[in-house]
Design a protein around this ligand. Sequence first.
Ligand code: ADP
Ligand code: MG
Length: 342
Amino acid sequence: MPIQVLPPQLANQIAAGEVVERPASVVKELVENSLDAGATRIDVEIDRGGAKLIRIRDNGSGIGKDELAMALARHATSKITSLDDLEAIVSLGFRGEALASISSVSRLTLTSRTETQTEAWQAYAEGREMAVTLKPAAHPVGTTLEVLDLFYNTPARRKFMRTEKTEFNHIDEIIRRIALARFDVAFSLTHNGKLMRQYRAVSGSGQQERRLGSICGLPFLNHALAIAWQHGDLSLRGWVADPAGSRTLTDLQYCYVNGRMMRDRLINHAIRQAYQDKLGDDHQPAYVLYLEIDPHQVDVNVHPAKHEVRFHQSRLVHDFIYQGVVSVLQESAQPVLPGEGS
Ligand code: ADP
Ligand code: MG
C-alpha cells in the first residue's frame, strides 16, 4: 500500500480510541466543555445508559455560527494558541479533539447561540471528510450537544459497552465528581426520562455541605474534618473523613487539581501516609480534596483523557499534602481538656 494521509473521519476515530472509552467519557468531555464556556447550569439527559442518547444542554457563552464547523474539526480549540499557554493550562480542555472524536463515532449534532446572535444554528458532520452542514435552529443562548447511537459505526467499541445500568452508573459517578468540583454550577441528570439527580447551585459553606452530603452521604459528612492548608502558592482545601469514618467508607476518594478531577497516585500516597497507623492495611482514607497550584508547576498534558498530572516539584507537593492532612488529623484527635466542651 502506498503511504496516504488518513481521511478525517478515520483519523478522528483513531483519536476517539484514546478519549472515548464509553458513554461516561463522552459526558465528561461535554460537561467540561460547558464549564469552560462559563455555564452556570448544565442539564444532562441520557437514554439507555448513553448508548442511545447523550444530550448536554448548557447556558454558557455559546458558539458563533461562523465557528460551529471549526468546533467539530480536529485540533481546533479556542483555549490555547501557543506553547506558553500549554505550559499554564487554566481551562479543562485544550486538545481540541473531543468534539471531532465523538462525532466520528456517533451521530452528533451541535446547536448553539451566542448572546450577539438572534438565531441559533445547528451543525453536524458526516462522511469520510466530515463535511459540516449548518441549519437554523431554535435555542436560547448556550449550547446543546446531542450524541445519538454512540459507537454505531465502530462495532468493536460497541461490543465493550456494558449493561445500561452499568454505563449509567459510570455517568452518574462522573456527574458526582464534577458536581463536587463546581458547587457554583447547577446540574441535573435524567435517565430514560426520569430525573435521577439534581444539584442546585450553592454559595455559602453551609450549603456546600449539603451538596457534599447528598453526593458523599451522611456517614462521610458526619466524619468529615475540614481542611484549609496553605503554603506559598499551594493551597489544599476540602474534607477528610476521620479514621473511624474512613474505616466504614469505601471508594470515596475525590481529588482535584486546579479544579480538574484526578486519580493521582502521588496525592493518594501522601494522604494515605498521613493516616499511617490510624487505619488498618485494608482501609483507604475517604476524602474530597482540592489542590490549587500555580499552573506552571503542573503538566496536565500527560494523558489524552487528562486523568493524570505531573508535578514539577512532586516531593514538595507530596509533603505539603501530607502535612496538611496530618495536622487536621492531629487536631481532631486532641483530647478535650477539662472545662472545655460539654
Ligand atoms: P477543547 O475543549 O480541547 O478546546 P473540544 O473538541 O472539546 O476541544 O471543543 C472544541 C471547541 O468547541 C472548544 O475549544 C470551544 O471553543 C467550543 N465548544 C465546545 N463545546 C462548547 C460549549 N458547550 N460551549 C461553548 N463552546 C464550546
Ligand atoms: Mg473539550
